[in-house]
Design a protein around this ligand. Structure first.
Ligand SMILES: [Fe+2]
Length: 185
């Protein structure tokens, strides 16, 4: 099994365990689209595809295993330990770790490498593949009314759109963003 498949399997297994903080859904609704977008951007922009793909699979592992708070920090630590266990080279572990540490757009951190930027963008782009979860959060977690939820989801997606910087990223998600504006405005 190659290293990417080992990491993917590890993440899927953790999502399947009863201990997963968000159940199995994030695997299909979030991890899979993030990897899809990140690979596409890595190819287009000439980034290190292996680093990008591994980082994309493992970026939210802290959220799954421990919880959402500080999941970029807990996730970076888990990624480091797991990749070392898999015998991955130390210098590459460091690159993956930094992608995980810097992936949260909300944290306003300096992105140092192309691979870090790609993961942060793919993470933001994936929101357009999981609108049901945004509505779920608005109703269940934030206890908003239907009308408030509509505005809240639209606002969140507009923020995601604004976080996306690469022309290629905008090209990929533009049809979905246009649709969202028609449906939710
Ligand atoms: Fe994520």
């Amino acid at each position: 099994m190659d290293i990417i498949e080992k990491v993917r399997q590890f993440v899927e297994d953790e999502c399947q365990k009863p201990t997963s903080k968000y159940g199995y859904e994030p695997y299909t609704n979030h991890f899979v689209p993030v990897v899809k977008y990140a690979k596409e951007l890595a190819q287009e922009l000439g980034a290190d595809e292996e680093i990008v793909e591994i980082a994309s699979w493992i970026h939210d592992i802290g959220s799954i295993m421990i919880g959402r708070e500080d999941h970029h920090i807990t996730g970076a630590k888990i990624a480091e330990e797991k990749l070392r266990e898999f015998g991955y080279p130390e210098e590459k572990i460091k690159l993956v770790k930094n992608c995980v540490l810097h992936h949260r757009g909300s944290q306003k951190m300096e992105l140092e490498t192309l691979e870090e930027q790609i993961l942060a963008e793919a993470d933001a782009m994936s929101a357009f593949d999981d609108i049901a979860s945004l509505f779920g959060a608005a109703f269940v977690c934030e206890h908003l009314t239907k009308e408030e939820s509509r505005k809240s989801v639209l606002g969140k997606l507009e923020n995601k759109w604004n976080q996306v910087k690469f022309e290629k990223s905008k090209e990929i998600i533009r049809p979905k963003f246009e649709a969202v504006k028609i449906l939710l405005k």
